[in-house]
Ligand binder design. Structure first.
Ligand SMILES: Cc1cc2nc3c(=O)[nH]c(=O)nc-3n(C[C@H](O)[C@H](O)[C@H](O)COP(=O)(O)O)c2cc1C
Length: 175
């Protein structure tokens, strides 16, 4: 049995939902899983964990600064254990941008960090226009209009392929 940490950053909670699904899959393989929100536990000690997974969502083209900080601070620990990284963004709803190799945010991210994750995944996220501020809603609607996505202001849509999340959970259990 391995003791696994999934550390994540989120703005609207969807990355947390993905972590919870991963936790369910990995625990079903008889491993222990701790989920830690970087905003709540930025200084969590990685020493007790056998494997570490980092997950983060994209907002206005970027992963949050706390993700870069977490990776920078824990690089040696991350490299000393089986490890993985996943990104959540809505560009990944497009079949031609939904793999680690083809997702532009993930590729850009990997160029910016010194850590080279052993396992990678990218998942399409969720849009919930009614809950966003006026500014954010208009901005995302504009981006969606430009990329041929949904623009109706009451749109709530989950693009996440949960079977892909579960498949990644099996990879985490086996890594
Ligand atoms: C204000 C805002 C900006 C966003 N910017 C981008 C973006 O630039 N590119 C993208 O692919 N997705 C973008 N998204 C979509 C998010 O990545 C998606 O909603 C994701 O599910 C958010 O995950 P979280 O709830 O864990 O933060 C944006 C969403 C919001 C609300």
């Amino acid at each position: 049995m391995a003791n696994i940490l999934i550390a994540y950053s989120t703005t609207d909670g969807h990355t947390r939902s993905i972590c919870e699904r991963l936790k369910g899959v990995v625990e079903a393989q008889n491993h222990a899983v701790n989920i830690a929100w970087m905003s709540e536990q930025p200084d969590i000690d990685l020493t007790p964990f056998d494997k570490v997974v980092v997950g983060a969502s994209i907002r206005y083209g970027k992963h949050q600064p706390q993700v870069f900080e977490f990776i920078r601070r824990n690089q040696a620990a991350l490299e000393s254990k089986p490890n993985a990284f996943f990104s959540v963004n809505v560009v990944a709803r497009k079949p031609e941008k939904n793999t680690p190799e083809t997702n532009p945010y993930l590729q850009k991210f990997l160029q910016k960090i010194a850590w080279q994750p052993q396992n990678l995944a990218v998942f399409a996220g969720r849009l919930d226009y009614p809950t966003y501020s006026y500014f954010d809603r208009q901005m995302i609607r504009l981006i969606m209009w430009m990329t041929k996505g949904p623009t109706a202001p009451d749109t709530v849509v989950e693009f996440t392929d949960w079977s892909k999340v579960e498949e990644f959970g099996h990879r985490i259990a086996a890594m």
